[in-house]
Write a protein that binds this ligand. Structure first.
Ligand SMILES: Cc1ncc(COP(=O)(O)O)c(C=O)c1O
Length: 416
């Protein structure tokens, strides 16, 4: 049986149309198994070059002239490129800003304020109990700050927010809905078009967290009628540790939203340095302070790869990877008591798969020590992130064999 799996992995790699991209990443030549590209993507080789060149030539050579020459426009130029290649947004609606958490805070609060000002009955922010912690915490804080309240949606930890669940939660008191497109724990892929329609039918605005989908799952922000979306750039966009997030705000909404961190970079004429804050037109109003230029360099190399590969082909490979991971898990790990805590239907699954077993916390520590790098999520989940451009099928098989070994070692008789 084992040799069948080897043959399958080898055949899948041999026929993978995106196979060449793996070589574009630092470390892909080593035997380390990386299952955490959905948390921190590997660095593109081109980014190592780009970062060095930037320090030498732009920062070192142009010094402060760099701001006028290109850096001031970089958050908008890269934002537009993310819009074009990854999230289906026409230009002028996407910008690189602060961290994901800060951008989410600024825009959920701006959306809440706009809705509440238009209709004082709209006091609720709807969010699910299994959304990423930052999303839940900041919604709770905004509700307290603004005299609103949170309406929680209960979800199955192996799945996510369904149309039915959202329909039950929204109504004339809903101001804003905040949902993740791909659930961080289960990998559940929400029907973003349908959920957006449901929020709009209730008169609410919807904010999408695209952290686990941008760069791995097709997103059609304009076509699906998104209001606001925020996404990480250090996961499938390989921007590096702490690289700044992007924000999308639909054109028709931009002048209705006023965000709360009124810094000089968000004003119409940044260098006028006038007596008071007037929000700029367009996406600039969602910036606050000096853009983190160094942090937005590396993601440009992945955006080039995404443009080259096409997001549809990336999604196809992502489905093939997660499907193979589920098959291997069923065969090698199922007999050890492991269950799949992600949707089995690929149409409802993003780029990662969570595998449950009571030993997974200890198993993760063993795996890390052996250069097999997944991550662990409570209550007992091993999260296998399969970044489509940098992961091979053999890597999936090698990694899951190591998981089987680690479970056996953990579950076996312990020396007294
Ligand atoms: C789904 C989701 N939302 C929000 C965040 C928070 O991002 P940051 O720590 O960059 O603010 C993360 C981070 O991993 C995430 O996975």
């Amino acid at each position: 049986m084992t040799s069948d799996l080897d043959a399958a992995a080898t055949a899948l790699d041999a026929t993978d149309p995106l196979r060449r991209f793996r070589d574009e990443f630092v470390g892909s030549e080593s035997s380390l198994v990386y299952f955490d590209g959905n948390s921190l993507g590997r660095p593109p080789r081109a980014s190592v070059e780009r970062l060095g060149r930037f320090a030498r030539e732009e920062w070192g050579g142009r010094l402060i002239r760099g701001w006028d020459e290109s850096w001031m426009q970089l958050p908008f130029a890269i934002g537009d490129e993310i819009g074009r290649v990854a999230i289906g947004a026409a230009p002028g609606q996407t910008v690189i800003g602060d961290s994901t958490t800060v951008l989410l805070y600024k825009l959920v609060r701006a959306a809440f304020d706009a809705q509440h000002a238009a209709d004082s009955a709209r006091v609720e922010i709807v969010v699910d109990r299994d959304n990423f912690p930052t999303d839940r915490y900041l919604v709770d804080g905004i509700a307290r700050e603004r005299g609103g309240r949170v309406r929680w949606i209960d979800v199955d930890l192996s799945a996510g927010v369904t149309a039915e669940a959202l329909r039950d939660a929204v109504g004339p008191e809903t101001a804003v809905v905040l949902l993740s497109h791909v659930a961080y724990r289960s990998g559940y892929l929400a029907d973003a078009a349908e959920l957006t329609r449901i929020a709009h039918d209730a008169g609410a605005l919807i904010v999408w967290d695209l952290c686990h989908s941008a760069g791995s799952v097709p997103v059609l922000a304009d076509e699906w009628g998104f209001d606001v979306a925020i996404g990480c750039t250090y996961k499938y966009l390989n921007g590096g540790p702490g690289s700044p997030a992007f924000a999308y705000v639909a054109t028709n909404l931009q002048d209705r939203l006023v965000q709360p961190i009124q810094g000089w970079m968000g004003t119409a004429d940044v260098f006028a340095m006038g007596p008071s804050y007037t929000p700029a037109e367009g996406m600039r109003r969602f910036l606050s302070g000096t853009p983190p230029i160094v942090g937005m360099l590396a993601m440009q190399d992945t955006l080039e790869m995404i443009r080259d590969a096409g997001i549809a082909a990336i999604r196809e490979k992502s489905i093939a990877l997660t499907t193979f991971a589920v098959e291997v898990s069923d065969e090698l790990l199922g007999p050890l008591g492991v269950t799949v805590a992600s949707p089995r239907d690929a149409a409802f699954r993003g780029g990662h798969v969570t595998l449950s077993h009571p030993t997974m916390r200890a198993v993760t520590a063993r795996l890390w020590a052996d250069d097999v790098i997944p991550d662990y999520r409570d209550p007992d989940g091993l999260r296998i992130g399969l970044s489509p451009l940098s992961t091979s099928f053999i890597e999936v098989l090698d990694g899951l064999r190591a998981v089987a070994d680690a479970i056996n070692a953990e579950s076996g008789p312990h020396p007294r």
